[in-house]
Design a protein around this ligand. Structure first.
Ligand SMILES: Cc1ncc(COP(=O)(O)O)c(C=O)c1O
Length: 402
């Protein structure tokens, strides 16, 4: 039953290029099973525009860490909303938020804010260029860092010079990174990486045991900055940043998604030594000082710390992934949940064209489970163990239809 979704999409096609664009375009999911529009959401459930209630395992593609419409966060946002959101000047909330990040993130001496991850991954590579006075940026092949021309996964609107200073190596192949440094070391401004490799349409890959120490050493020796793109994983691996989970220290780190629990905000933090260079790279946006998003973010960070949310979502994810793979196994489906359990990517063996995982997710959609076949899922702290058990029960029911 997607009648309303389809009708709204038909209206959208007339006035919005593609109807719905980007990673939430119907073609990226299950067009015949997933709703195209959402009406409302609370906790770990949402209701689509046809009135169907779903148990959600995508959490607004990671933005929701404490559950949709979390009361404490909504209260903090509402209190600020009564005063106003955007003014001529920033509000004190901006300073308070920067102080919290500097206090919490062990290497951070300063913080800046924007609205989206892309705003600040792009700004961070410019800070690295300004600091080192070098042109090249190294990234991992297939890694997503945003919508800007130096890194976006699309082909449209690009010119060759957009990427002439971007070099790539395959995740975990530190020998390739070594060769890049050998050849171009004195031209490399920075290396930008996610804490682990989470490409779409492919298994997630954790860093090998010496990956981060090798990368850190190569950067340090060459005088290049190590930039952590923690936009997607931030808050779901460690409350103080994913570098603590993998035990390394970047020079700059970018956060967004879960930072405001659904309110649009991103942050970049860095060390004292790049503070001067960072203030030379122009940074602003019309609504970037939005005090409501900053108040939501302060509340969200305080809940994460109080309730040890990263540990909680990892524990819940481990419980859920192990039960889910067991259920799948009992139906002879060799499902593995790759990557960290708080944001697992599902993969079925011998499923190169991904038809099997699509069928699995399609069947589960019939039971009101929003499992994405091509993107990592997200666990929030409003997923209770009871709700995870219910999801397993529904999965079992769905698979009986195989
Ligand atoms: C690792 C990573 N970096 C950067 C971005 C871009 O963030 P935004 O979509 O907020 O611009 C994303 C978004 O999914 C991401 O997952």
């Amino acid at each position: 039953m997607l009648d309303n979704s389809i009708n709204i999409f038909k209206r959208a096609e007339k006035v919005i290029p593609g109807g719905i664009y980007g990673h939430v375009a119907p073609a990226a999911g299950l067009p015949d099973s997933f709703p195209h529009y959402c009406d409302k959401a609370t906790g770990h459930t949402f209701v689509d525009v046809d009135g169907k209630e779903w148990m959600d395992f995508m959490c607004g593609f990671g933005t929701i860490l404490h559950g949709y419409s979390n009361q404490e966060i909504e209260d903090a946002a509402n209190e600020q909303r009564e005063k106003g959101a955007v003014f001529n000047q920033p509000s004190e909330k901006m300073v308070e938020l920067a102080e919290i990040l500097v206090d919490r993130i062990n290497f951070a001496d300063w913080a800046v804010f924007a609205k989206n991850g892309s705003d600040l991954t792009t700004w961070a590579i410019r800070v690295a260029r300004q600091f080192t006075q070098r042109p090249y940026i190294v990234k991992a092949k297939g890694a997503y860092h945003g919508v800007d021309a130096w890194c976006d996964p699309g082909m449209g609107g690009r010119i060759p010079s957009d990427r002439q200073d971007i070099l790539e190596f395959e995740w975990n192949k530190t020998d390739q990174l070594q060769s890049i440094f050998k050849k171009h070391g004195n031209k490399i401004a920075g290396v930008i990486l996610t804490p682990y490799h989470h490409p779409a349409f492919a298994k997630s890959v954790m860093p090998h045991p010496t990956f981060w120490s090798e990368v850190s050493e190569l950067c340090e020796k060459a005088g290049s900055l190590l930039i952590l793109d923690d936009v997607r994983a931030g808050g779901r691996l460690h409350d103080n940043g994913s570098h603590c989970f993998f035990n390394f220290v970047p020079d700059l780190a970018v956060y967004s998604k879960a930072l405001g629990n659904g309110y649009a905000i991103s942050a970049c933090v860095g060390k004292q030594k790049q503070k001067a260079a960072s203030s030379e790279v122009f940074l602003t946006g019309s609504c970037w000082n939005d005090a409501v998003a900053m108040a939501a973010s302060i509340a969200s960070l305080s809940i994460s710390k109080r309730d040890q949310v990263a540990e909680e979502v990892l524990a819940k994810g481990t419980y859920f992934c192990s039960k889910l793979t067991d259920v799948a196994k009992s139906f002879d489906i060799p499902l593995s949940m790759t990557g960290p359990t708080s944001m697992p990517y599902p993969f079925i063996e011998n499923d190169d064209n991904l038809f099997k995982i699509q069928e699995f997710c399609r069947l589960c959609a019939g039971e009101g489970l929003y499992f994405h076949p091509h993107h990592n899922w997200f666990i929030s702290n409003s997923h209770s163990y009871e709700s995870l058990d219910l999801a397993i029960e529904r999965t079992s029911r769905a698979l009986e239809k195989l």
